[in-house]
Design a protein around this ligand. Structure first.
Ligand code: ZN
Length: 156
């Protein structure tokens, strides 16, 4: 990767880490879960509002964690709003594959916002750092647990 690109990626990740989007408590959340990554000390709460058709009408998170875990959660909330439970699951699996397998491309998973997909791809660099994979995927595991009706997950 070119150095300029790497800098750009870091800038976007740091921006989301410092100024996370949808960082708030969601009143009347229909599902929520608590995620814990003890290796790094990341702790997140993910809130979702699902309508009767299983569509995510709102999603938010709160908590404390490293820049990677917070940036990943922030980007996740941006892309999931308006998506169905099934689309969320597909993206969760795709994101996990991208963080753990070489050459996995997030594009083509469905009707997701392209810019938001491009931002998520910036987190693929964690693949080289197994400990960071847990930071990047924490919000996603937590979101999936919430949708599945579990209220706690831990990376341990
Ligand atoms: Zn972390």
């Amino acid at each position: 990767m070119f150095d300029e690109l790497r800098d750009l990626y870091q800038e976007v990740i740091l921006d989301h880490g410092k100024s996370p989007r949808n960082f708030r408590h969601l009143e009347n959340a229909t599902c929520l879960a608590h995620g814990n990554n003890p290796i790094c000390g990341d702790m997140l709460m993910v809130y979702l509002m699902l309508d009767g058709d299983g569509r995510i009408t709102d999603v938010a998170f709160q908590g404390e964690g490293c820049a990677i875990s917070v940036a990943s959660a922030s980007m996740m909330t941006e892309i999931l709003k308006g998506k169905t439970r099934d689309e969320a699951k597909r993206l969760y699996e795709g994101f996990h594959d991208m963080c753990t397998k070489d050459g996995f491309d997030l594009s083509g998973l469905g009707d997701f916002d392209e810019d938001a997909i491009d931002r998520l791809k910036m987190l693929s660099g964690v693949r080289e750092f197994p400990i960071r994979v847990k930071c990047a995927t924490l919000a996603w595991h937590t979101m999936q647990a919430a949708v599945d009706g579990e209220d706690n997950i831990s990376t341990e």
